[in-house]
Design a protein around this ligand. Structure first.
Ligand SMILES: Cc1cc2nc3c(=O)[nH]c(=O)nc-3n(C[C@H](O)[C@H](O)[C@H](O)COP(=O)(O)O)c2cc1C
Length: 446
């Protein structure tokens, strides 16, 4: 059988996601605070047999560009207004039956017990459809919302994340699969010999356990990560079932894919079970020229300064101090050095100014845009996917919402199915099954 790809739909629980133009697009629905908006997104993606809907999350109104939230609020940047994605995802799960729900939660600002409890609970109420996107958070504004002066040092964030995940996995393992008995006749509710304390006592966290949440359908959530630094990629390759990246060039995607697969092997894992997902934004038209018009219209709406606000958040660096019409200077940043290096690589390659990179950032945080008829967009997806050295699946982000998801599902998904590249229907019920991952083995007991 032809190798099949996986698909996730990118969101923030907001209408500013990668595209900062989407909220202004005439076809976009401004109702992102309503359940109807999210139910439509979920139902559309399930109609398209997507593996999952994904929610990124940032924990602060942006202040990194110029030190004030005013312009970020006025212009509409990423995280200018968001609601809690775990609540939105639970609401979507209630109106869908197969679609996975992937939610971002930071290891820097929460405790392993709380995160293990939320995701264990969600795995039950979604009947095995939840994923956790593990992030360490990027910006000092987020730190200040949680009582710190500034973001923790990058490598320290990953050291904490490593221990965080170990503690969470131990908590998910605290109930053996058959520990919950509920035998009304004998009066035994649960078998105490099969529920274990965890007694995690590490450098950064302590948690006694057990988790009060019985063993969940997937054993533990699907784990997602998007590290781009050396430390971030090693962490991702050690833990993640799915890994996201946004490099817009074939050589960048190949290098990323190759390094993740080798790091996974080095960590003793089967590299085929670590799925790499590049991202893109499609513009689809009945003809190529209609698609190009749609792209041009969208890109024209993108405000460069709103893009620079988001670049400043992602890098935790204030880009308001530089000349908008000058070149992008080489700087060391506190947030994501990987995203800055990518921006710098593109500006150097094409001799772009800071304003230009702000514009590109606002058009879609540097994501590649796939433009054309449904067949042409499918061709471009196939070109990236088929050689097997760049992608195991894709994260779809849209330039107007929720309609952009409908356009892709109605036009491109049938074309991908016709080529045998994508499922006709769900064959499993859990997200692990959609992604072709092994079952999580039951915990070993000494
Ligand atoms: C598609 C994608 C989604 C991401 N979503 C989030 C997010 O929701 N919250 C967050 O704090 N970081 C997010 N990140 C940032 C990554 O977790 C990571 O910090 C970043 O890629 C830089 O890598 P590094 O941490 O190894 O330096 C995302 C990155 C990518 C590529």
């Amino acid at each position: 059988m032809t190798r099949q790809l996986h698909l996730g739909g990118f969101n923030i629980a907001s209408n500013v996601t990668h595209s900062h133009a989407a909220w202004r697009h005439p076809s976009s629905d401004p109702g992102f605070l309503t359940p109807q908006y999210w139910h439509r997104v979920g139902r559309t993606l399930e109609r398209g047999t997507f593996d999952f809907v994904f929610f990124a999350d940032l924990l602060a109104t942006p202040t990194n560009y110029g030190g004030s939230p005013d312009e970020a609020l006025r212009r509409g940047t990423q995280a200018a207004a968001t609601i809690d994605p775990s609540i939105v995802a639970a609401s979507i799960a209630a109106v869908t039956t197969h679609l996975g729900v992937a939610i971002t939660k930071s290891t820097t600002y929460f405790h392993p017990f709380e995160v293990a409890r939320i995701f264990g609970s969600l795995d039950h109420v979604t009947q095995g459809r939840v994923a956790w996107n593990i992030v360490t958070s990027l910006s000092s504004a987020e730190a200040r919302n949680f009582g710190l002066e500034q973001a923790l040092d990058h490598d320290l964030r990953y050291d904490r994340a490593q221990e965080f995940v170990e503690a969470a996995v131990a908590l998910w393992n605290s109930w053996e699969p058959d520990a919950l008995v509920q035998d009304k006749r004998t009066g035994v509710f649960a078998d105490p010999s099969k529920v274990h304390t965890t007694n995690h006592d590490g450098l950064f966290y302590k948690s006694q356990g057990p988790l009060p949440v019985p063993h969940s359908p997937q054993g533990r959530p699907v784990l997602i990560q998007a590290g781009s630094s050396g430390k971030g990629k090693a962490f991702a390759a050690r833990w993640a079932d799915a890994i996201f990246e946004i490099d817009p060039t074939p050589e960048g995607r190949r290098a990323y894919y190759d390094s993740i697969k080798s790091l996974a092997s080095d960590a003793g894992r089967d590299p085929d079970l670590v799925k790499v997902f590049p991202s893109f934004i499609p513009f689809i038209g009945e003809t190529e020229s209609i698609a190009r018009e749609k792209q041009a219209f969208h890109n024209e709406l993108a405000d460069p300064v709103s893009g620079l606000h988001t670049l400043s958040v992602h890098t935790d660096h204030d880009f308001s101090q530089y000349d908008l019409d000058g070149p992008v200077e080489q700087v060391t940043v506190g947030g994501s050095q990987g995203l800055f290096d990518l921006a710098k690589r593109l500006t150097d390659r094409d001799s772009l100014t800071l304003r230009d990179i702000g514009k590109l950032y606002a058009q879609g945080v540097l994501l590649p845009q796939l433009v054309g008829t449904a067949e042409q967009v499918a061709d471009q997806i196939e070109e990236i996917f088929a050689p097997g050295d760049q992608a195991d699946g894709f994260i779809l982000s849209v330039g107007q919402s929720p309609g952009g998801f409908d356009d892709f599902v109605d036009a491109v998904v049938p074309e991908l199915r016709r080529r045998g590249l994508f499922r006709e229907r769900y064959t499993g019920s859990t997200l692990r099954e959609h992604l072709g991952l092994d079952r999580v083995p039951a915990p070993l007991r000494g």
